[in-house]
Design a protein. Structure first.
Length: 157
């Protein structure tokens, strides 16, 4: 059964009118976006890839000019060390006494508070000679680590 109504044509035309308006707005947005894109391209102060490159000279300073090929130095692959180099001679001071201030056995590290100065030293499980727990009295030596002085050769005292 088909129902005919005198308002039906108007609804259909208003629907297509809304579609046309939406399409116009979409097209205007697209054109505005393209215009801004072209404007950005025109106002770009960059000179391409060359203006973004930086070089390091023979003294380790950053410069905008490419390096001089005559000052080039060959480096052998064996001379390149990745990470912190091992020390031939470790800095070792005399023995200290203190107490285990904190030690986490599951993570394998802790801190020792030195008697007298109350200075705290990091200790790793690899630096322990005896098994220790919190508040144990210990004797230890110190050596410089990557983040400061570390307790090493730690034994119960």
């Amino acid at each position: 059964m088909v129902w005919h109504n005198k308002h039906t044509p108007q609804l259909a035309s208003s629907g297509s009118f809304n579609k046309r308006e939406k399409e116009k707005k979409r097209q205007q947005k697209h054109e505005e976006k393209e215009r801004r894109k072209e404007e950005r391209k025109a106002n770009a102060s960059g000179g391409g890839l060359d203006s973004m490159l930086a070089y390091v000279d023979e003294n380790g300073m950053i410069t905008s000019t490419p390096p001089d090929p005559t000052k080039r130095k060959e480096v052998s692959l064996e001379d390149i060390e990745i990470g912190v180099p091992r020390r031939e001679h470790e800095e070792v001071s005399n023995e200290h006494t203190g107490r285990i201030d904190f030690f986490d056995t599951s993570k394998g590290f802790g801190f020792i508070k030195e008697d007298g100065t109350q200075e705290r030293y990091f200790v790793h499980v690899s630096g322990l000679l005896d098994d220790v727990t919190q508040n144990d009295k210990v004797i230890f030596e110190t050596e410089r680590g990557p983040r400061g002085m570390n307790a090493v050769r730690v034994r119960k005292g």
